[in-house]
Ligand binder design. Sequence first.
Ligand code: FAD
Length: 394
Amino acid sequence: PKARILVVGGGFGGAIAAKYLGMADPDLRVTLVEKEPVFISCPMSNEVLSGERDLKDLTFGYRGLTRQGIAVVQDEIVEIDPVQHFARGASGNRYNYDKLILSPGVGYRWDAIEGLSEAVSERYPHAWKAGPQTLTLRRQLEAMEDGGVFAIVAPPNPFRCPPGPYERAAQVAQYFKRHKPNSKILILDAKDAFSKQGLFQAGWKQHYGEMIEWVPAAGGGTVEAIHPDSGTLVGEVEEYRGDVISLIPHQKAGAIAERAGLTDATGWCPVDQQTFASSLHPDIHVIGDACIAGAMPKSGYSANSQGKVCAAAIVAAIHGNAPPEPSYVNTCYSLIAPDHGISVAGVYALDNGRIQEIAGAGGVSPMDADARYRAVEARFAHDWFRNITADMFT
Ligand code: FAD
């Protein structure tokens, strides 16, 4: 009988794993279960906040995968039985599998900040899953008076998209500069350092002067509580107010990973980093943001790379072969202004069972690059987005 592979989650990890399984071995029966009818990309969603982009440009359907012979089903998986090898959907459907790949993205720790809840977060949108909250945040920014304060609460490590909060600040500053030049952006951070920090801070200053202020944890930036009625954020030392607030919660693996018993005390999923087989239930592979992948950041590109490594390992196992020696890759672009892109790139290999960055194989954009270089990187950012979404959905 043909091996049945169930993929749960049709985002950056899952869509790619499903497609590459099918390409590597047309004899597999691959089913992809995704709870949403379409996928909305987080990458480039900060451009919706600046007004540069429409959410429609970030929305993708699954027809491309269906055409390749993958059974795509819209359902939410609510239960996984790792012993009996089946998953159950909210629809009541039962999905039997030989191997399961889980790529559910992140969940939120609502209890890490006092006063925060899922309901409160609708008023102070994290927009950390692109969709309705992205549009709510855009409308709030449009409604804000010139001279107002936009506060971004940045989470502690590890979290989805390490440069994301800082790109968000730049994209909103771009909008403010044109339409609300007396406004301010305050980043309240639970950390003392962040991804591409030097490049971001230089770019913020170059394009937006003093508009963006970053308060690190050591300066009292850690937000401990929110008073939802007044929009007050309680830091360790003082209180802050935001006319518009994007509160990005502390994170953990997506809910279904926890419910299926795939997470450890960190809240994330430990895996064999060569195959992404769960350390807790080895016939379930966890990829993308939800897994612990050594030195790789939680990014769409990392999830894509992991999806391919995982698919190859599963195909090898099904044919009785050892998993191939993997190589992994990630690049994260950020847009500071329409003609100003920056990037961080990494190439990774397995070392003592852990994914480690190969020294000298990656790095960040040069600090002293000229305007032309920054403009080329901005173009690369958009090209990257077109390529990776074509890889997923066509
Ligand atoms: P996702 O892509 O979120 O996919 C998870 C899917 O699983 C979702 O479609 C969800 O609906 C589905 N799902 C969850 N639970 C269930 C269930 N129980 N049943 C069925 N379906 C389920 N990364 C980059 O590489 N480059 C960037 O420029 C970049 N920019 C970003 C900007 C922002 C503002 C943000 C927030 C993120 C950005 N990222 C970027 C990060 C990137 O979005 C994530 O790292 C990536 O989406 C992770 O892929 P994933 O497969 O783990 O999760």
